[in-house]
Design a protein around this ligand. Structure first.
Ligand code: CP3
Length: 364
């Protein structure tokens, strides 16, 4: 808890708290992953979730981008997955090569809620994540802060009902529009687990918590206010208390609700320190709406990393300028996770250009 090595770089934590910084910190969602040859090498023929359950391997993979992009990345994010929560709640989830996650028995009708564990002991079910976090925090030796994360209730509910990724969201929309009360019951069950899960990540050594609501954009603005936002708020309200009751200090919290551009104003008042943005936002417009209430994080189109070096440079310049130069209230990231087949050298160029442009004097 408190006997971890002292921080050498705490830029991310300072920017998340809204403090003035010398340059904007940068990290990239999915920075440990399939675009890195060393990831494939470390993973070998292991099953994806077997890797998540192996603290030593999870630690090795978490450190890979931080070591490759030494002095560039300002954070590590623990290697795991948002779908470990449905597993802890009693569901089977498989990761199918070249396809993605798959639930052999998704929740298809309200009665299926009875199949979920009523009482989830997160320390027992997800102890491997906490072990991976503690090990990684020690191995990082204070180089950069370690981010913990969870899926948001709406996104996790979508996976649990759809049984995997989806284009039309037929099943979860059926729940929302035919069984709204049962949907809320499920969202509440997930929220309770997410709070405990995130609190234990902080006890284990996570220094910032990000909530991924990857499917937020599937809801209409009014349904977002019913089926996502209240649960995101509950998490930001309950998590600091849950951390304190375990004898630890609360940490900054980030919400990333992909596709929910219409909800930026509400998200800025939802109790999070940082609001993550996808690339559908114009940076200057977002800054105007946020109006200093939160730190903004994002938001270059991950696809721009398939472009030329010149394109990457101009996108970086446009982004950082749009966010006002980045000396306060800004964390650089992509608008979603880095995609497979990005050349790791192009990622390096992106990070180098961010560091160069972000270090220019304010107004420069
Ligand atoms: O960001 C990081 O580097 C930390 C690790 C991390 C993973 N998944 C590893 C992973 C994080 C933060 C996640 C979050 C996650 N997982 C989200 C939210 C972020 C987002 O992208 O919207 C979601 C929706 C999932 C569910 C999931 N896991 C999907 C849809 C897939 C398959 C498609 C894909 O994008 O890879 C995964 C698999 C997964 N999670 C891989 C990795 C490195 C690839 C596994 C492999 O093929 O080896």
């Amino acid at each position: 808890m408190s006997d971890f090595p002292p921080m050498q770089n705490d830029l991310l934590l300072r920017a998340a708290r809204g403090e003035q910084v010398e340059r904007p910190p940068m990290w990239v969602m999915r920075q440990a992953g399939r675009y890195l040859p060393e990831y494939h090498e470390a993973k070998g023929t292991n099953d994806f979730f077997a890797v998540c359950r192996n603290p030593k391997l999870a630690c090795t993979i978490t450190l890979q981008p931080v070591l490759r992009y030494r002095n560039l990345l300002d954070a590590a994010i623990i290697f795991s997955d948002i779908l470990v929560i449905p597993q802890a709640m009693g569901m089977t989830v498989e990761m199918i090569e070249h396809k993605g996650p798959s639930f052999p028995k998704p929740l298809r009708k309200p009665e299926d809620l009875e199949l979920l564990n009523k009482q989830v002991d997160v320390k027992k079910e997800l102890g491997y994540v906490f072990d991976a976090i503690s090990l990684t925090r020690r191995e990082l030796n204070g180089m950069v802060p370690l981010i913990g994360f969870s899926g948001a209730p709406w996104t996790l509910m979508s996976y649990m009902i759809e049984g995997g990724g989806s284009k039309m969201f037929i099943h979860v929309k059926t729940w929302v529009f035919k069984y709204p009360e049962e949907s809320k019951r499920l969202l509440q069950m997930i929220t309770d687990v997410v709070v405990e899960y995130c609190a234990e990540q902080v006890v284990a050594g996570a220094q910032l918590i990000q909530i991924f609501d990857s499917w937020a954009g599937e809801l209409s603005p009014s349904d977002f206010k019913i089926f996502s936002l209240p649960y995101l708020r509950q998490i930001s309200q309950r998590l600091p208390e849950a951390i304190k009751s375990r004898g630890c200090e609360p940490v900054p919290m980030t919400v990333f609700a992909k596709g929910a551009w219409y909800a930026l104003d509400e998200l800025c008042d939802s109790g999070y320190n940082v609001v993550g943005l996808d690339w559908l936002h114009d940076p200057a417009e977002a800054v105007k709406i946020a109006n200093g209430r939160v730190t903004l994080q994002g938001n270059m189109d991950p696809g721009a990393l398939y472009g030329t070096r010149e394109t990457i440079t101009s996108e970086v310049e446009r982004m950082i300028k749009g966010f006002g130069g980045g000396k306060q209230g800004y964390i650089v990231n992509l608008g979603h996770g880095i995609t497979p087949f990005v050349d790791p050298e192009d990622m390096k160029w992106f990070l180098e250009e961010v560091k160069r442009v972000g270090s220019l004097p304010a107004g420069g």
